[in-house]
Design a binder for this molecule. Structure first.
Ligand SMILES: Cc1cc2nc3c(=O)[nH]c(=O)nc-3n(C[C@H](O)[C@H](O)[C@H](O)COP(=O)(O)O)c2cc1C
Length: 455
């Protein structure tokens, strides 16, 4: 396996595209959310491109108000179910399931993830979230979503227990001896007898150790507690960074926490989201960007944009110039960087308030939108990679299918030509795609643990 630092690419699935108006383009697919053929088509394209993973997010509440901003998050299928199907129709690509620990039980999650790792031949990873959506409480017989501290106290213990449960059957436990009738070696099956602040769980799990031994974890929270959880346990951290300098700080900050947990910087991958709006030419990409912008359903309320820029835009004509940026309450470099993103996407400096609004409406959920021809998009990816702002990207196509196809057909070959991205899969498991070894079982040859063996 090559040791040169390589870019990692995954798909963050939005069946109607990441751009709020993506599905309204004449050529866009609108009904992928419940269509197995859609998943099949997308997965085949990703494996053709040798993507590292197919990532499914999840929330536990919804509202019809999201139809103008995020229809594919408003209504969609359950991720374990989708991934069982994807495991059967794909061969190499990693599969990421999102599980919200706040509303789950460790024993259930250990079983489901271990089962899916078996079904996929070791291609599963688990995105650990504690819940971005406070409304979930109302769907789980609770009055309130827990606060950050409670959610992460619960998540920390949750993750620790699941990891132990995965190890409760040693790799060589199965004898299946037809002569003696012994199916397993009982000294290699372990209880955990966990008693903590949140859970009391005896074990063992009733699923064999997952093919990867330990299923890789990912995390995506922004809070300090989430970053600690990520530094301790995660193989990758998903983030939403749009300004290069801030992304570099985030990257260095997380990598700096790893030594505390006895880990090396190359054991954790930082993966911001990227929304590539690719054209065969720059003009084609910009024309598509304008077309998408004009399809937004919006009343041009500038309140949240004003807050984001520290600059009150109320009262400025939509088709007039931007106000003086030095009026912002934020550091001028930061405001210039943010406005610069909209200028770059629009292809000119003298953008109007409306053009500024369009850019931030398209990226309201926090990921970087890049508009350009294949070389320009590859340049931005390479810049972030080389500057150590990212180890790879969670690709969020702005619309389907072309938003994905243009990236795969035109940008991936540029990245491959530049030696940044693989041309073939070198391994078959999620761990292997990220160059990670398979961990030993904590109970194997461990005298203390053997005392917990089931008799
Ligand atoms: C790229 C990305 C993807 C995320 N996906 C989900 C998701 O699918 N479900 C969810 O509840 N939260 C998701 N989140 C949010 C968080 O993981 C986290 O649980 C939430 O922000 C609350 O934790 P915090 O207070 O630490 O931020 C995502 C965040 C990012 C950056």
């Amino acid at each position: 396996m090559s040791h040169k630092r390589q870019l990692h690419l995954g798909l963050f699935l939005f069946s109607t595209g990441y751009h709020p108006a993506g599905w309204r383009l004449p050529e866009a697919v609108t009904d992928g959310a419940f269509d197995p053929q859609f998943l099949y088509r997308v997965a085949a394209k990703l494996e053709e491109a040798k993507f590292d993973f197919f990532f499914l997010g999840d929330r536990l509440a919804t509202s019809v108000d999201e139809q103008y901003t995020f229809p594919s998050q408003m209504v969609r299928m359950e991720p374990f179910t989708m991934l069982s199907y994807l495991a059967a129709i794909t061969k190499k690509i990693g599969l990421i399931v999102t599980v919200n620990t706040t509303y789950a039980e460790p024993y259930h999650v250990a079983r489901m993830t271990a089962s899916l790792d078996h079904l996929s031949g070791g291609r599963l990873a688990w995105n650990v979230v504690t819940g971005a959506d406070t409304r979930a409480a109302l769907n789980f017989s609770r009055e309130k979503h827990w606060d950050n501290a409670k959610r992460y106290d619960y998540a920390d213990e949750f993750v620790g227990v699941v990891k132990e449960l995965w190890d409760t059957w040693e790799d060589d436990v199965f004898l299946r001896n037809k002569e003696t009738g012994e199916y397993v070696d009982k000294s290699k099956v372990h209880t955990i007898n966990h008693v903590g602040d949140q859970f009391s769980i005896a074990g063992p799990l009733n699923v064999a150790r997952p093919p990867q031994g330990q299923i890789p974890l990912l995390s995506a929270g922004t809070s300090e507690r989430s970053q600690e959880l990520g530094a301790q346990f995660s193989t990758a951290i998903f983030t939403g960074e749009i300004v290069l300098e801030e992304a570099k700080k985030f990257y260095a900050g997380i990598k700096g926490k790893l030594s505390k947990y006895g880990r090396q910087p190359e054991e954790l991958f930082i993966m911001p989201g990227l929304v590539p709006l690719v054209g065969r030419t720059e003009e084609e990409a910009r024309a598509k960007y304008v077309e998408l912008s004009q399809l937004l359903v919006t009343d041009f309320n500038v309140t949240s944009l004003s807050n984001r820029l520290g600059l009150d835009l109320t009262g400025y004509p939509l088709d007039g110039p931007l106000p003086d940026l030095s009026l912002s309450g934020l550091p001028i470099d930061k405001v210039k960087s943010l406005v610069g993103l909209a200028q770059r996407a629009s292809g000119h400096e003298d953008i109007t308030v409306r053009e500024l609004f369009y850019y931030f409406a398209a990226t309201a959920r926090g990921h970087l939108l890049v508009v350009g021809d294949p070389e320009q998009v590859a340049d931005q990816i390479e810049e972030w990679f080389v500057e150590e702002a990212a180890d790879g990207f969670n690709i969020c196509p702005p619309y389907m299918y072309d938003g994905l196809d243009l990236f795969v057909d035109l940008v991936v070959p540029v990245l491959q030509r530049r030696g940044l991205f693989r041309t073939e899969y070198e391994g078959s498991t999620f761990r292997e795609h990220f160059g990670l070894s398979r961990p030993n079982n904590r109970f194997t040859n461990n005298a203390t643990a053997l005392q917990g063996a089931v008799h």
